[in-house]
Design a protein around this ligand. Sequence first.
Ligand code: GLA
Length: 376
Amino acid sequence: MKAAIERAFRERFGTDPEHVVRSPGRVNLIGEHTDYNDGYVLPVAIDRAIWLALRPRRDGRVRLHSLDEPDPVDFSIDAFGPSGEGWAEYVKGMTRALLDSGRKLVGWEGVLASGIPIGAGLSSSAALEMAVAAAFAAVSGFAFEADAMARLGQVAENDWVGARTGIMDPMIVAQGRAGHALWIDCRSLERAAVPLPRGVAILVMDTGTRHDHASSGYNDRRAACERAAGRLGVSHLRDLSSKDFETRAGMLAATDRRRARHVVHENERVLAMLDAMRGGDVEAMGRLMDESHESLARDFEVTNRALDAMVRIVRSRPGCRGARMTGGGFGGCAIALVDAARAEAIGEEVRDAWEAAMGGRPEVFVTRASKGTSLV
Ligand code: GLA
């Protein structure tokens, strides 16, 4: 991808780029809809990424061409407003968040190519936000401090785009480590890099269905969690053990009770997953992923028919240890923990079985844990 993006830059601007940024997508192994409840997550930065080649501009403008989009994003850092929906909003939102943090920004122009499908639950939006942050850091002369940049990515998403997302996605995108998942306590931001046990691989399976987190579903779920926490007298659902919760759950309206139940148990599953990973207990890892999916389907209700079907299909293959949807849900990708030796074969079997049952060939790929946003 690096050579391709450099070539695209040369074709457009007639010179070599001064900087090239790589910013990965992510999958979450477990801990879904827990981040904004101050809970735990266990994501992995993947080997699909956004690539951005750029050079500074002296006139205070940002001009970015995407190889996948017809129109460039083009605006002046001194005066810009929203232009509707689409990828431009992530670029502008990140610019606004950086400006509001007090950083002095120099303009730039560049070309972007994305290897991350959009709206597929692989965090293409956080990858873009962190790529933009790294581009500004490179030309403006401030450090790309991963923690600070991740927080500003969340600000961009919350305040500009209007999705009340948590810290997980920009955090893992900015901080990913090759060969490792990152356990994050979304309250303290304490974290630990945990290697994937030997002999297993992560399979990513795209259902082709798509979400839009700025629309109601995601924000509704978050509101239900906040309502439940308030009713149960805690600041966040993170503060409840499953035992506490089950004794007091009767205070909640039925739907909020199911939403909160998912979050409380999911947090405990993340901690169990961490132990299982450290102990190399692949069977437990798979079981926890299966349980997470059931809980997201039944109680949190953020899966769809396609995600449920994908998970069912892959689980029926020998060598699959467990499977679940990943990301915010309402469409997008599922992941499976599979025996490494059978990973490619399982991928092929899943494509065939999906085609027979649902029609069309889905994109299925084995992914590797990669490093976070960086200049290359
Ligand atoms: C989206 C959000 C994250 C997180 C997940 C669900 O990916 O961006 O903050 O809430 O959904 O776990």
